[in-house]
Design a protein around this ligand. Sequence first.
Ligand SMILES: Nc1ncnc2c1ncn2[C@@H]1O[C@H](COP(=O)(O)OP(=O)(O)O)[C@@H](O)[C@H]1O
Ligand SMILES: [Mg+2]
Length: 319
Amino acid sequence: MPQFPSTSAPPALDFQQVRKTYPGQPQPALHDLTLRVPRGSRMGIIGRSGAGKSTLVRLISGLDHADSGVLFARGEAVHGPQLRAHQARTGLVFQQFNLLAQRTALQNVALPLELRGVPRARRDALAREQLRLVGLEALADRYPAQLSGGQKQRVGIARALVTGPDLLLADEATSALDPETSASILSLLLDIQQERDLTLVIVTHQMEVVRAVTTHVAVLDRGTIVETGETGTVLRAPQHPVTRALLGAHRPQVPLADHETLRHLTLPDLNPDTLAALGRSGARLVQAQAHPQGVDVWLAVSAHLPLHLPGSAPLAVGA
Ligand SMILES: Nc1ncnc2c1ncn2[C@@H]1O[C@H](COP(=O)(O)OP(=O)(O)O)[C@@H](O)[C@H]1O
Ligand SMILES: [Mg+2]
Protein backbone atom coordinates (compact mmCIF):
# COMPACT_ATOMS: atom_id res chain seq x y z
CA MET A 1 0.00 0.00 0.00
CA PRO A 2 1.40 3.43 -0.89
CA GLN A 3 1.71 5.78 2.07
CA PHE A 4 0.28 9.25 1.61
CA PRO A 5 1.27 12.05 3.90
CA SER A 6 -1.64 12.89 6.18
CA THR A 7 -3.09 16.26 5.31
CA SER A 8 -6.26 15.92 7.34
CA ALA A 9 -6.60 18.23 10.31
CA PRO A 10 -6.43 16.62 13.75
CA PRO A 11 -9.76 15.85 15.42
CA ALA A 12 -11.32 18.56 17.57
CA LEU A 13 -10.94 16.29 20.59
CA ASP A 14 -9.08 13.06 21.10
CA PHE A 15 -9.31 11.24 24.45
CA GLN A 16 -6.64 8.61 24.90
CA GLN A 17 -7.14 6.19 27.80
CA VAL A 18 -8.35 8.94 30.08
CA ARG A 19 -9.00 8.15 33.73
CA LYS A 20 -10.43 10.37 36.42
CA THR A 21 -11.18 9.37 40.02
CA TYR A 22 -12.66 11.85 42.48
CA PRO A 23 -10.98 11.96 45.89
CA GLY A 24 -12.48 9.42 48.28
CA GLN A 25 -14.41 7.58 45.53
CA PRO A 26 -13.81 3.83 45.14
CA GLN A 27 -14.63 3.77 41.42
CA PRO A 28 -13.21 6.10 38.77
CA ALA A 29 -15.80 8.46 37.25
CA LEU A 30 -14.05 7.92 33.89
CA HIS A 31 -11.74 5.08 32.91
CA ASP A 32 -10.14 3.82 29.72
CA LEU A 33 -12.01 6.59 28.00
CA THR A 34 -11.05 6.72 24.36
CA LEU A 35 -13.02 8.92 22.01
CA ARG A 36 -12.45 11.08 18.94
CA VAL A 37 -14.65 14.02 18.16
CA PRO A 38 -14.28 14.98 14.48
CA ARG A 39 -13.75 18.65 13.70
CA GLY A 40 -16.99 20.37 12.74
CA SER A 41 -19.13 17.52 14.04
CA ARG A 42 -22.07 17.68 16.39
CA MET A 43 -21.23 14.96 18.88
CA GLY A 44 -23.88 13.77 21.30
CA ILE A 45 -22.63 12.23 24.54
CA ILE A 46 -25.44 10.22 26.01
CA GLY A 47 -25.69 8.16 29.16
CA ARG A 48 -27.73 7.68 32.28
CA SER A 49 -27.37 9.82 35.36
CA GLY A 50 -23.98 9.19 36.99
CA ALA A 51 -22.41 7.77 33.81
CA GLY A 52 -19.66 10.43 33.89
CA LYS A 53 -20.99 12.93 31.32
CA SER A 54 -20.41 16.07 33.36
CA THR A 55 -16.97 14.81 34.38
CA LEU A 56 -16.14 14.47 30.68
CA VAL A 57 -17.27 18.08 30.10
CA ARG A 58 -15.22 19.29 33.08
CA LEU A 59 -12.12 17.69 31.57
CA ILE A 60 -12.75 19.14 28.11
CA SER A 61 -13.34 22.60 29.53
CA GLY A 62 -10.14 22.39 31.58
CA LEU A 63 -12.02 22.88 34.87
CA ASP A 64 -10.57 19.57 36.00
CA HIS A 65 -7.77 17.30 34.79
CA ALA A 66 -7.30 13.58 34.18
CA ASP A 67 -5.33 11.37 36.57
CA SER A 68 -3.86 9.49 33.63
CA GLY A 69 -4.20 9.32 29.89
CA VAL A 70 -4.19 12.34 27.60
CA LEU A 71 -6.81 14.61 26.14
CA PHE A 72 -5.81 16.31 22.91
CA ALA A 73 -7.72 19.30 21.58
CA ARG A 74 -6.98 20.39 18.00
CA GLY A 75 -3.93 18.12 18.09
CA GLU A 76 -2.41 19.55 21.29
CA ALA A 77 -2.47 18.04 24.77
CA VAL A 78 -4.76 20.03 27.05
CA HIS A 79 -2.59 20.88 30.04
CA GLY A 80 0.14 23.20 31.20
CA PRO A 81 0.88 26.18 28.99
CA GLN A 82 -1.72 25.23 26.33
CA LEU A 83 -4.58 25.20 28.83
CA ARG A 84 -5.44 28.91 28.74
CA ALA A 85 -5.39 29.09 24.96
CA HIS A 86 -7.60 26.00 24.81
CA GLN A 87 -10.05 27.51 27.30
CA ALA A 88 -10.24 30.72 25.29
CA ARG A 89 -11.38 28.70 22.28
CA THR A 90 -13.88 26.57 24.22
CA GLY A 91 -17.37 27.81 25.12
CA LEU A 92 -19.47 26.18 27.82
CA VAL A 93 -23.27 26.18 28.21
CA PHE A 94 -24.71 24.93 31.51
CA GLN A 95 -27.99 23.27 32.48
CA GLN A 96 -28.72 25.83 35.20
CA PHE A 97 -27.55 28.78 33.04
CA ASN A 98 -25.11 29.99 35.77
CA LEU A 99 -25.90 33.67 35.22
CA LEU A 100 -24.91 36.28 37.79
CA ALA A 101 -28.14 37.59 39.32
CA GLN A 102 -26.86 41.11 40.00
CA ARG A 103 -25.74 41.62 36.39
CA THR A 104 -27.85 42.42 33.35
CA ALA A 105 -28.01 40.11 30.34
CA LEU A 106 -25.47 42.31 28.56
CA GLN A 107 -23.10 42.36 31.54
CA ASN A 108 -23.36 38.57 31.87
CA VAL A 109 -22.47 38.08 28.22
CA ALA A 110 -19.59 40.57 28.50
CA LEU A 111 -18.12 38.84 31.58
CA PRO A 112 -15.67 36.49 29.79
CA LEU A 113 -14.26 39.51 27.91
CA GLU A 114 -14.02 41.54 31.11
CA LEU A 115 -12.02 38.68 32.66
CA ARG A 116 -9.67 38.87 29.69
CA GLY A 117 -9.22 42.61 30.15
CA VAL A 118 -11.08 43.74 27.01
CA PRO A 119 -11.95 47.47 27.34
CA ARG A 120 -15.55 48.33 28.25
CA ALA A 121 -16.76 49.84 24.97
CA ARG A 122 -15.34 46.98 22.93
CA ARG A 123 -16.72 44.23 25.17
CA ASP A 124 -20.18 45.82 25.32
CA ALA A 125 -20.29 46.05 21.53
CA LEU A 126 -19.26 42.39 21.17
CA ALA A 127 -21.75 41.29 23.85
CA ARG A 128 -24.57 43.23 22.18
CA GLU A 129 -23.75 41.55 18.87
CA GLN A 130 -23.99 38.09 20.50
CA LEU A 131 -27.30 38.99 22.13
CA ARG A 132 -28.60 40.01 18.72
CA LEU A 133 -27.58 36.63 17.29
CA VAL A 134 -29.55 34.77 19.95
CA GLY A 135 -32.56 37.05 19.45
CA LEU A 136 -32.31 38.96 22.74
CA GLU A 137 -31.02 42.38 21.74
CA ALA A 138 -34.13 44.07 23.13
CA LEU A 139 -33.65 42.47 26.54
CA ALA A 140 -29.98 43.43 27.03
CA ASP A 141 -30.66 45.47 30.17
CA ARG A 142 -32.84 42.94 31.94
CA TYR A 143 -31.62 41.02 34.97
CA PRO A 144 -31.80 37.19 34.99
CA ALA A 145 -34.82 37.25 37.34
CA GLN A 146 -36.71 39.16 34.61
CA LEU A 147 -36.04 36.49 31.96
CA SER A 148 -37.74 33.15 31.21
CA GLY A 149 -35.77 29.89 31.30
CA GLY A 150 -35.36 29.87 27.53
CA GLN A 151 -34.20 33.51 27.52
CA LYS A 152 -31.70 32.79 30.30
CA GLN A 153 -30.31 29.94 28.26
CA ARG A 154 -29.99 32.23 25.23
CA VAL A 155 -27.95 34.58 27.42
CA GLY A 156 -25.86 31.56 28.49
CA ILE A 157 -25.25 30.67 24.84
CA ALA A 158 -24.35 34.27 23.93
CA ARG A 159 -21.86 34.32 26.83
CA ALA A 160 -20.33 31.03 25.65
CA LEU A 161 -19.86 32.47 22.14
CA VAL A 162 -18.60 35.95 22.94
CA THR A 163 -14.91 34.96 22.93
CA GLY A 164 -15.25 33.40 19.46
CA PRO A 165 -14.70 29.71 20.34
CA ASP A 166 -14.36 26.93 17.76
CA LEU A 167 -15.60 24.33 20.27
CA LEU A 168 -18.90 24.63 22.10
CA LEU A 169 -19.87 22.33 24.98
CA ALA A 170 -23.45 22.06 26.17
CA ASP A 171 -24.04 20.02 29.33
CA GLU A 172 -27.76 19.15 29.61
CA ALA A 173 -28.42 22.63 28.19
CA THR A 174 -32.10 21.91 27.59
CA SER A 175 -32.86 19.59 30.51
CA ALA A 176 -34.30 22.37 32.69
CA LEU A 177 -36.61 23.63 29.91
CA ASP A 178 -40.09 22.64 28.73
CA PRO A 179 -40.22 20.64 25.47
CA GLU A 180 -41.11 23.60 23.23
CA THR A 181 -38.41 25.90 24.62
CA SER A 182 -35.99 23.00 24.55
CA ALA A 183 -36.66 22.51 20.83
CA SER A 184 -36.04 26.21 20.12
CA ILE A 185 -32.72 26.15 22.02
CA LEU A 186 -31.62 23.02 20.15
CA SER A 187 -32.44 24.63 16.84
CA LEU A 188 -30.48 27.74 17.88
CA LEU A 189 -27.45 25.58 18.74
CA LEU A 190 -27.77 23.81 15.41
CA ASP A 191 -27.90 27.13 13.48
CA ILE A 192 -24.91 28.53 15.36
CA GLN A 193 -22.88 25.37 14.84
CA GLN A 194 -23.49 25.48 11.10
CA GLU A 195 -23.01 29.22 10.69
CA ARG A 196 -19.73 29.34 12.57
CA ASP A 197 -18.47 25.91 11.61
CA LEU A 198 -18.02 24.97 15.26
CA THR A 199 -17.51 21.58 16.81
CA LEU A 200 -20.46 21.05 19.15
CA VAL A 201 -20.37 18.55 22.01
CA ILE A 202 -23.82 18.12 23.38
CA VAL A 203 -24.24 16.12 26.57
CA THR A 204 -27.64 14.72 27.36
CA HIS A 205 -29.58 11.86 28.91
CA GLN A 206 -32.33 12.31 26.30
CA MET A 207 -32.26 10.30 23.08
CA GLU A 208 -34.56 12.91 21.46
CA VAL A 209 -31.75 15.47 21.73
CA VAL A 210 -29.32 13.10 20.01
CA ARG A 211 -31.85 12.41 17.29
CA ALA A 212 -32.67 16.08 16.76
CA VAL A 213 -29.23 17.64 16.42
CA THR A 214 -26.22 15.36 16.36
CA THR A 215 -24.11 13.97 13.53
CA HIS A 216 -22.25 11.55 15.83
CA VAL A 217 -23.03 9.92 19.13
CA ALA A 218 -21.05 8.29 21.91
CA VAL A 219 -22.76 6.27 24.61
CA LEU A 220 -21.16 6.61 28.03
CA ASP A 221 -21.82 4.03 30.71
CA ARG A 222 -20.09 3.77 34.09
CA GLY A 223 -17.24 5.97 32.96
CA THR A 224 -16.45 4.37 29.65
CA ILE A 225 -17.63 4.72 26.05
CA VAL A 226 -19.58 1.59 25.17
CA GLU A 227 -20.62 2.57 21.65
CA THR A 228 -19.87 5.37 19.23
CA GLY A 229 -20.50 6.16 15.59
CA GLU A 230 -22.52 8.26 13.20
CA THR A 231 -25.89 9.01 14.74
CA GLY A 232 -27.94 7.47 11.92
CA THR A 233 -26.00 4.21 12.10
CA VAL A 234 -26.17 3.92 15.87
CA LEU A 235 -29.89 4.71 15.98
CA ARG A 236 -30.67 2.24 13.19
CA ALA A 237 -28.62 -0.61 14.58
CA PRO A 238 -27.63 -0.01 18.20
CA GLN A 239 -25.09 -2.64 19.28
CA HIS A 240 -24.78 -2.20 23.01
CA PRO A 241 -27.50 -3.06 25.54
CA VAL A 242 -27.17 0.36 27.19
CA THR A 243 -27.75 2.11 23.87
CA ARG A 244 -30.79 -0.06 23.30
CA ALA A 245 -32.04 0.60 26.81
CA LEU A 246 -31.73 4.36 26.18
CA LEU A 247 -33.52 3.98 22.85
CA GLY A 248 -36.03 1.51 24.23
CA ALA A 249 -37.29 4.02 26.71
CA HIS A 250 -40.28 4.33 24.37
CA ARG A 251 -42.75 2.64 26.66
CA PRO A 252 -45.26 0.32 24.98
CA GLN A 253 -48.84 1.51 25.38
CA VAL A 254 -50.54 -1.33 27.23
CA PRO A 255 -53.22 -1.36 29.90
CA LEU A 256 -51.81 -2.05 33.37
CA ALA A 257 -53.50 -3.29 36.53
CA ASP A 258 -53.38 -0.94 39.53
CA HIS A 259 -50.58 -2.88 41.20
CA GLU A 260 -48.44 -3.15 38.06
CA THR A 261 -45.61 -0.98 36.74
CA LEU A 262 -43.70 -1.27 33.45
CA ARG A 263 -40.00 -2.16 33.50
CA HIS A 264 -37.53 -2.38 30.66
CA LEU A 265 -34.70 -4.94 30.79
CA THR A 266 -32.13 -6.33 28.41
CA LEU A 267 -31.63 -10.05 29.11
CA PRO A 268 -28.93 -12.35 27.71
CA ASP A 269 -31.71 -14.57 26.34
CA LEU A 270 -35.30 -15.54 26.95
CA ASN A 271 -35.20 -19.24 27.74
CA PRO A 272 -37.86 -21.38 29.48
CA ASP A 273 -36.16 -20.91 32.88
CA THR A 274 -36.30 -17.13 32.52
CA LEU A 275 -39.95 -17.24 31.48
CA ALA A 276 -40.81 -19.52 34.43
CA ALA A 277 -38.97 -17.19 36.83
CA LEU A 278 -40.82 -14.18 35.43
CA GLY A 279 -44.09 -16.04 35.99
CA ARG A 280 -43.21 -16.83 39.61
CA SER A 281 -42.35 -13.13 40.17
CA GLY A 282 -45.81 -12.16 38.93
CA ALA A 283 -44.30 -10.36 35.91
CA ARG A 284 -46.10 -10.31 32.55
CA LEU A 285 -44.10 -10.17 29.36
CA VAL A 286 -45.50 -7.21 27.42
CA GLN A 287 -42.99 -6.93 24.58
CA ALA A 288 -39.78 -8.72 23.59
CA GLN A 289 -37.33 -7.97 20.82
CA ALA A 290 -34.30 -10.13 20.08
CA HIS A 291 -31.02 -8.74 18.74
CA PRO A 292 -27.50 -10.16 18.40
CA GLN A 293 -26.56 -9.41 22.02
CA GLY A 294 -29.71 -10.36 23.87
CA VAL A 295 -33.38 -9.64 24.18
CA ASP A 296 -34.98 -6.32 25.10
CA VAL A 297 -38.08 -6.94 27.16
CA TRP A 298 -40.79 -4.80 28.62
CA LEU A 299 -42.41 -6.34 31.69
CA ALA A 300 -45.52 -5.47 33.63
CA VAL A 301 -44.25 -6.07 37.15
CA SER A 302 -46.36 -6.51 40.24
CA ALA A 303 -45.49 -4.01 42.94
CA HIS A 304 -46.24 -6.71 45.55
CA LEU A 305 -43.62 -9.21 44.39
CA PRO A 306 -39.84 -8.79 43.94
CA LEU A 307 -38.56 -9.55 40.44
CA HIS A 308 -36.30 -12.60 40.45
CA LEU A 309 -34.45 -13.76 37.36
CA PRO A 310 -32.52 -17.03 37.19
CA GLY A 311 -28.82 -17.26 36.47
CA SER A 312 -27.15 -14.16 35.11
CA ALA A 313 -28.30 -10.69 35.99
CA PRO A 314 -29.90 -8.49 33.32
CA LEU A 315 -27.40 -6.86 30.97
CA ALA A 316 -29.05 -3.51 31.40
CA VAL A 317 -32.00 -2.17 33.30
CA GLY A 318 -33.85 0.75 31.82
CA ALA A 319 -36.64 3.05 32.95
N1 LIG B 1 -17.10 16.34 42.83
C1 LIG B 1 -17.31 15.02 42.93
N2 LIG B 1 -16.83 14.32 43.98
C2 LIG B 1 -17.03 12.99 44.08
N3 LIG B 1 -17.70 12.24 43.18
C3 LIG B 1 -18.21 12.89 42.11
C4 LIG B 1 -18.06 14.30 41.93
N4 LIG B 1 -18.67 14.65 40.77
C5 LIG B 1 -19.18 13.52 40.26
N5 LIG B 1 -18.92 12.45 41.05
C6 LIG B 1 -19.27 11.05 40.80
O1 LIG B 1 -18.72 10.67 39.53
C7 LIG B 1 -19.64 9.90 38.79
C8 LIG B 1 -19.97 10.59 37.47
O2 LIG B 1 -20.65 11.80 37.75
P1 LIG B 1 -21.09 12.84 36.61
O3 LIG B 1 -19.92 13.05 35.72
O4 LIG B 1 -21.69 14.02 37.28
O5 LIG B 1 -22.20 11.99 35.83
P2 LIG B 1 -23.39 12.47 34.87
O6 LIG B 1 -23.13 13.88 34.46
O7 LIG B 1 -23.35 11.48 33.74
O8 LIG B 1 -24.66 12.32 35.65
C9 LIG B 1 -20.86 9.69 39.69
O9 LIG B 1 -20.71 8.47 40.35
C10 LIG B 1 -20.77 10.85 40.65
O10 LIG B 1 -21.38 10.52 41.87
MG1 LIG C 1 -24.30 15.61 34.53
